[in-house]
Design a protein around this ligand. Structure first.
Ligand code: NIG
Ligand code: FE
Length: 407
């Protein structure tokens, strides 16, 4: 048995998805200890050595706060190369969409990924995941989408699978073949979709266990609503749960499509309108907000307050990728949500734990500190979640426990 004691506060929520407009949807347990048996939380009881046996291994939290292991439910962590030239171009006034229209952006990362082997992709991604783990992140979703040939998309997803075996963070693959139309299919997006939606391809993804979700960039610079619907429904028929990059640059009905096809989430939502908010709420589609992306691009944030006030559960993720959000840190992203979106630290905690778990269909396993849940815990060196967000950009993580092991 492993026991975590001397905790200032255990800060957690119910099982997600949780609307954040409730009275503070958060529990704060003081003077408690957590008992872990194997990979599972066995009990939460008083911080009294009489409650555990003498041969239990005890971790002293030293008056820090304990939160559920953080969950980054939207990333593009497997990529190759860098795009700092675009970063400079944006600083000089060019927009993200204009860079994409001129043939840069995602397509530059596609060129770099196509040059790499699975091993090379793994080698580049591993240190990124190690840094995420050190920040208290214990579950990460990773999308393909920089291969854009059948073979290169498989290569990316196989890299995710390999990485899952090589380090402690649990990784979940998402098939984002519909990220953009590659150069060789310029003007023929439907022809490209024929290729990546081939029944044998989707069967193979399932057989190898390479992805649980399918995602599309539904945007004027990428795929329209009709093409996105076709991609998502075909993937859903093959067992991949839909998600959507929606309403980021323009409003073309992408988040409404997410609701229509039963997506677990619509992500970005900088341009969401009230009608779409209502459609998502009725369909129980979670709103995934990506404040580090808007921060990084220097554009307006998604209307978090309006979405929360409408009763729609919100999750937050880094969107870590080599173009629009070169931000690995989920804690920094939480601070950005507080400073720029008007969310409270407590709301951002639920958004990166219980609600992020719900997006990934793991809400009964991770994202909350409860008896019977998997023992994924992050021990902070500060006493509250408020202090963690307040210290923007500082790593307040002291110890990370994944599946009952100190990692
Ligand atoms: O979520 N918006 C589309 N896809 C990514 C960006 C990918 C890139 O620029 O490389 C995003 O922001
Ligand atoms: Fe993204």
């Amino acid at each position: 048995m492993l026991v975590v004691r001397n905790i200032a506060e255990i800060c957690t929520g119910r099982v997600g998805p949780i609307p954040l407009n409730d009275e503070l949807p958060i529990t704060r347990l003081r003077n408690s200890a957590i008992g872990i048996e194997g990979d599972t939380i066995a009990w939460i009881q008083g911080d009294d050595p009489a409650n555990w046996s003498d041969n239990a291994r005890v971790i002293d939290a030293n008056g820090g706060c304990v939160i559920p292991g953080l969950i980054d439910c939207h990333t593009h962590t497997v990529f190759a190369g860098t795009r700092e030239d675009e970063y400079v171009q944006r600083a000089q006034g060019l927009s993200y969409a204009e860079i994409a229209r001129r043939g840069g952006g995602i397509k530059n990362s596609v060129d770099a990924v196509r040059e790499c082997s699975v091993d090379q992709l793994v080698e580049q991604a591993l240190p990124r995941l190690q840094r995420m783990l050190a920040l208290g992140v214990t579950t990460v979703e990773i999308k393909s989408g920089y291969g854009l040939t059948v073979e290169d998309e498989f290569k990316m997803l196989r890299a995710v699978k390999r990485l899952n075996e090589l380090q402690p963070i649990e990784l979940i693959g998402t098939y984002l073949a519909a990220h953009t139309t590659p150069r060789e299919f310029e003007g023929n997006p439907d022809g490209f979709l024929d290729l990546v939606l081939d029944a044998n391809v989707l069967d193979q993804i399932r057989e190898e266990g390479l992805a649980e979700f399918a995602d599309v960039f539904c945007e004027t610079t990428a795929f329209n609503v009709e093409q996105s619907r076709r991609f998502l429904t075909t993937c859903a028929d093959a067992g991949l749960t839909p998600r959507v990059h929606a309403d980021q640059i323009t409003q073309i009905g992408a988040s409404k499509l997410a609701a229509e096809v039963g997506a677990t989430s619509a992500d970005h939502l900088e341009r969401i309108d009230d009608e779409s908010i209502n459609a998502m709420r009725d369909a129980e589609t979670v709103a995934v907000l990506l404040p580090a992306c808007s921060f990084y691009l220097g554009v307006e944030q998604a209307p978090a307050r309006r979405i929360i006030d409408a009763g729609l559960p919100v999750a937050i993720a880094t969107d870590f990728n080599p173009g629009s959000s070169v931000v690995e840190s989920l804690p920094l992203t939480m601070s950005i949500a507080c400073s720029q979106m008007g969310m409270t630290p407590a709301q951002t905690l639920i958004a990166t734990t219980a609600n992020a778990a719900a997006v990934l269909k793991r809400e009964n396993k991770v994202g909350a500190i409860k008896e019977g849940m998997q023992a994924d815990l992050t021990i902070l060196e500060v006493p509250t979640i408020e202090q963690m967000c307040y210290f923007a950009g500082r790593n307040c993580t002291k110890t990370v426990i994944k599946k009952g092991h100190v990692v």
